[in-house]
Design a protein around this ligand. Structure first.
Ligand SMILES: C[S@@+](CC[C@H](N)C(=O)[O-])C[C@H]1O[C@@H](n2cnc3c(N)ncnc32)[C@H](O)[C@@H]1O
Length: 268
């Protein structure tokens, strides 16, 4: 076990129904099987991270298979790296994590999210993994303990990523390109802001380097009002756009461009 105490950073060992460190900081295992390693003093709010409505919307949308090609490619890229221990940072409700687990059956897999509602649901998808409610700013795993980190549509603490990676390991990041969901954004806003999908590369810290990038792009017909409503609810557009524009999007079928980039960023 390479879990560390989120309070004193000493190693955690299994105890009855949970884990504890030598200083006797104890963390119980929840009924669903995950460990809550987010002490109250590290929470910025009572219920940090995505809320139930967002988590449920994302779960319905992803289980509908609309983004299945994205998950397949993510898992293929991860399997090529043959990691021994991997961690999905910001795993949400675990759709991508479960596909990583399926392609990495012999590796030691971990997944964390700050949202308890997300992890509660995620851990049912792949009970063989170690699921954690924890913050990506203080990951309760030892230095150099991982050979692969996954970051899928999530924010990232680059210094923590660097600390967690063993030399030769790397971060597999998946995020939108500037044209992702363009048609949806055009329907929601008068002016569609073009965002820079290279920006994250400027954040790569010394000690890591970009080794590979690729883009996966396809047209996705949105033919059910539930799928359109869920896509809105699982993105910031759900609260950013006006109620009128959102209703118009939900009302009629249309096609969106899905355009995602994968970056493999190695620890040197
Ligand atoms: C856009 S969602 C992506 C979820 C999942 N990777 C997916 O693509 O389905 C971003 C996730 O990051 C989580 N998150 C935000 N801040 C976090 C933090 N400081 N530590 C851990 N997770 C965090 C949210 O709770 C949310 O589940």
């Amino acid at each position: 076990m390479s879990l560390t105490c989120p309070i004193c950073q000493e190693a955690l060992s299994p105890v009855d129904n949970g884990v504890a460190c030598p200083a006797n900081h104890r963390f119980d295992r929840a009924r669903q099987g995950y460990l809550n390693l987010l002490p109250v003093q590290h929470k910025n709010s009572r219920d940090p991270g995505d809320n139930v409505a967002m988590v449920e919307a994302r779960r319905r949308f992803l289980d509908g298979g609309h983004y299945a090609p994205l998950a397949t490619r993510l898992a293929e890229l991860a399997a090529e790296r043959k990691p021994q221990r991997w961690l999905d940072i910001g795993c949400g409700e675990g759709y991508y994590t479960a596909q990583l687990a399926e392609r990495l059956p012999d590796a030691d897999g971990y997944a964390l999210d700050i949202s308890r509602e997300a992890v509660k649901r995620a851990c049912k998808r792949a009970p063989q993994l170690s699921w954690l409610v924890a913050s990506m700013a203080r990951v309760p795993l030892a230095d150099a303990s991982c050979t692969l980190l996954a970051s899928v549509f999530s924010p990232l603490d680059w210094q923590e990523a660097l600390r967690l990676l063993a030399p030769g390991g790397g971060l597999l990041r998946m995020g939108p390109t500037g044209e992702h969901l363009m048609e949806l954004r055009q329907k929601l806003y008068d002016e569609v802001r073009d965002y820079d999908d290279q920006k994250h590369l400027e954040l790569i810290p010394p000690g890591m380097r970009l080794a590979h990038s690729e883009t996966l792009r396809f047209a996705l017909p949105l033919t059910s009002s539930q799928a359109r409503a869920d896509l809105l609810a699982m993105t910031p557009h759900g609260w950013r756009a006006s109620a009128e524009r959102r209703a118009a999007v939900i009302a009629e079928d249309f096609e969106v461009t899905v355009s995602i980039r994968y970056d493999w960023i190695e620890k040197i």
